[in-house]
Design a protein around this ligand. Sequence first.
Ligand SMILES: [Zn+2]
Length: 422
Amino acid sequence: MKYLNIALSAASLASAVVLPEADAGKVNYDGYKLVHVETSDDGRSSIFSTASTLADTITLQGCDHGEHVDFAVPAHEFDAFNALGLNATVVEEDLGAAIAAEGPLVPFEAPEAAALPSATWFNAYHSYADHLSFLKSVQAAFPSNSEIFTVGQTYEKRDITGIHLWGSGGKDSKPVVYYHATVHAREWIATMVAEYLLYQLVSGYSNGTTSTFLDNFDFYIIPVVNPDGFVYSQQSTRLWRKNRQVRSGISAVGTDINRNWPNHWDTPGGASTTPSAEDYKGEAACDTPECKVLTTFSNKIAAKNGIRWYIDFHSYAKDILLPYGYSCSARVANLAAQQSLANSMKTTIAQAYGTQFTAGPICSTIYQATGGSTDYLTDTTKVTYAWAIELRGTSFVLPADQIVPSGIEIWNGVKAILPKLV
Ligand SMILES: [Zn+2]
């Protein structure tokens, strides 16, 4: 078994396929099966250690859903994997084919001056540079009620970039609704859904369908919280999760930003202390550049009127996750109100396509996770409702034709909740 960050050479060497020029340097997942292993009657760690006998199988530990753990198993190890006797189900027969089915990264098409970009943006996935162009273009179409902001810089010196929207009361006059997406690099659908929400909010303002939302809240939306990892997932390793931080004396690259926030970071069991693990929490609380700027920025935007609702968008498990992650016995004071809101969002999400989400606290719904943004924002930033949402999908790789349905069902859920927050 290999952790993903050291899988590049093995995957490349194991493949007999000569990569086309355009894909040089990319990990080739052709022939890998994606396998769910049920954890109901076996612990996660014992499954990982059982699978560790296989040299080229990649663990997708920490993929944020508790009822199973996932492995990418190359063809030459599949019989051996089956012989381990795990309660396993193949969910992607060929990861390489699934990645191909995501389609190409389609370039951004600039609209006429001052017009919103075409909604065809949501028919495909896009490069990081094009996501920035999209954001700037939306802002330019909504100049009196929005601005682009930067949170601060990543390890590789990219600006973490977002957009701030407001309504008739003017900038920073209302409580904040705050959305993050794609802190986990491979969860591309999260960025598309955050942008879908942005697009609906802006396009509906002039015709009045969303004006009360913007008149009641300042929205801060960050479509790509982890741009270093996101770029790496597009240019090299599709299933990359962490940031791209290099640490002295440690050969493995990357820290899980969402296990690094300074909240119960020391509590054992909710993250890995092994640098090569996918949920590696770092060497100290908030020792990633991304955590440092995100905590400062979050507290800054909360200072004036508070943050009413935060969502950290992830994929894939179809969950609405409430605090806390660090403990299954600790309870937020307003848990009953949180659960009631989440239940109503879940009901609304199901109306468009029947997609069934689960709603509940992180620890008891999926598993214990320490150093997550939801717990920090609840306890320190005093966000009223700080949630993580795991979007639809059966793997991190979701065909592009699922972007719009995913956006529609989540937008329906958001529309149902916002009036309840006023
Ligand atoms: Zn995630």
